[in-house]
Design a protein around this ligand. Structure first.
Ligand SMILES: Nc1ncnc2c1ncn2[C@@H]1O[C@H](COP(=O)(O)OP(=O)(O)OP(=O)(O)O)[C@@H](O)[C@H]1O
Ligand SMILES: [Mg+2]
Length: 369
């Protein structure tokens, strides 16, 4: 607070009181905002009790309190951002900022100006000085999302911050020091990118001090009922609907599906179903899972389109298999389940129909385990 000289003006006093009150309001507001933000990342908001998720949360608890850099790997929609937030909000830095940057969303120059800020006149269009995300995150954590999508120049600058804790704003000469904990995430194979020469090896080791692998939803189907329930309640609340839950047949469908888009896809599917459902339960019909079906006339939609010139049944079979494999992220066991055939039969068909796997997805006969 402030002091006043003995013979004081009433106006002067009023201004000072007003300022003090304003400061208190802002402090309260900040307190409140921080509190609500913490809420989002409390562990009990992370739904699921599968062993796979418990393992992830165990690592989160262990690393949260340290300043270690963490690399979170996993397919799209598996909860990488949620986990990054949980690490920050359970760390000693929780009262400071958690700042996120999506490295894939911006071109090299824009991304660097976003991260490091720029001085006025650094480039055409830079008509004001700008504070970068590293400065905003000082004392807190910076979440580098899609970290595999950075240019070599940006990679070098990030490495310098990790090693020396310093950088310059674009177009600036002053070296700035920051204390930032970095958490990175990627759905790409960074080790493979290092081998291919598109990601710096030294940066990879710096980021990957501790790594967390987010399990895809199809590998923790035990979590589906609880997650589905959680999303039903959330969207009922948001859409002001009353609903008793999910019909057992619909739940069966949710459990059978392979969720290539993981939890985000489940979340979207439930939102759509809650919106469409008129009864008290979500039924199998309300769920339009992975709608691949194209043209449809008359009764049901057509599953295949036969060209007027004709097509070999074998070719249709091959395409159906490839479609199912893609939907299952090339896990044969899951694709077999989608097509109601046994793992042995799918192995056989993959071989005889000459289906080729993408280079990153090794063909592993399922009979092994
Ligand atoms: N265990 C969980 N409990 C509740 N909600 C979850 C859980 N995991 C993920 N979600 C929700 O699923 C959605 C996707 O999660 P998130 O954005 O963290 O995934 P991501 O791995 O970062 O995806 P992308 O690679 O597409 O960016 C979010 O709305 C998130 O809140
Ligand atoms: Mg994300």
């Amino acid at each position: 607070f402030d002091y006043v000289q003995k013979p004081f003006e009433i106006e002067e006093m009023e201004v000072k009181i007003e300022k003090a009150l304003e400061l208190r309001r802002m402090r309260n507001e900040l307190d409140y905002l921080r509190h609500t933000q913490n809420d989002i990342y409390e562990f009990d908001r992370i739904v699921g009790s599968s062993g796979a998720l418990a393992k992830v949360l165990g690592v989160v608890r262990k690393v949260a309190k340290s300043n270690t850099t963490v690399l979170i790997r996993g397919e799209t929609g598996t909860g990488k951002e949620l986990i990054a937030g949980a690490i920050h909000h359970n760390s000693l830095r929780a009262s400071r900022n958690f700042v996120r940057v999506n490295c894939a969303a911006l071109q090299e120059n824009l991304l660097e100006s976003e991260l490091f800020g720029h001085e006025k006149g650094a480039f055409t269009g830079a008509d004001k000085q700008r504070i970068g995300r590293f400065e905003q995150a000082d004392g807190g954590s910076l979440f580098l999302d899609e970290v595999g999508d950075m240019s070599p120049s940006t990679q070098a600058k990030i490495l310098r911050v990790l090693q020396e804790h310093e950088f310059e704003r674009l177009g600036g000469t002053r070296t700035l020091k920051v204390d930032v904990r970095m958490i990175a995430a990627t759905n790409r194979n960074l080790a493979g990118m290092v081998a291919a020469g598109s990601f710096r090896e030294d940066l990879y080791y710096r980021l990957n001090v501790v790594s967390i692998d987010m399990p895809p939803l199809r590998e923790r189907k035990d979590d589906i009922p609880a997650l589905a329930d959680f999303f039903v309640r959330r969207f009922c609340g948001e859409l002001k609907k009353r609903m008793d839950g999910i019909h057992p047949d619909a739940l069966k469908l949710l459990l059978r599906y392979n969720w290539p888009g993981n939890i985000r896809e489940l979340e979207n599917a439930i939102e759509r179903a809650v919106l469409l459902t008129e009864g008290s339960h979500i039924t199998a019909d309300d769920l339009r899972l992975g709608e691949v079906v194209t043209s449809g006339d008359g009764e049901g939609p057509a599953l295949v389109k036969i060209p007027p010139t004709g097509i070999a049944l074998e070719e249709i079979e091959k395409r159906a298999l490839i479609e199912a494999l893609k939907m299952s992220n090339w896990v044969q066991k899951d694709a077999a389940e989608l097509l109601s055939i046994s793992p042995r039969v799918i192995n056989y068909k993959i071989k005889t129909l000459g289906i080729e796997f993408p280079r990153s997805r090794r063909y592993v006969p399922v009979a092994e385990n």
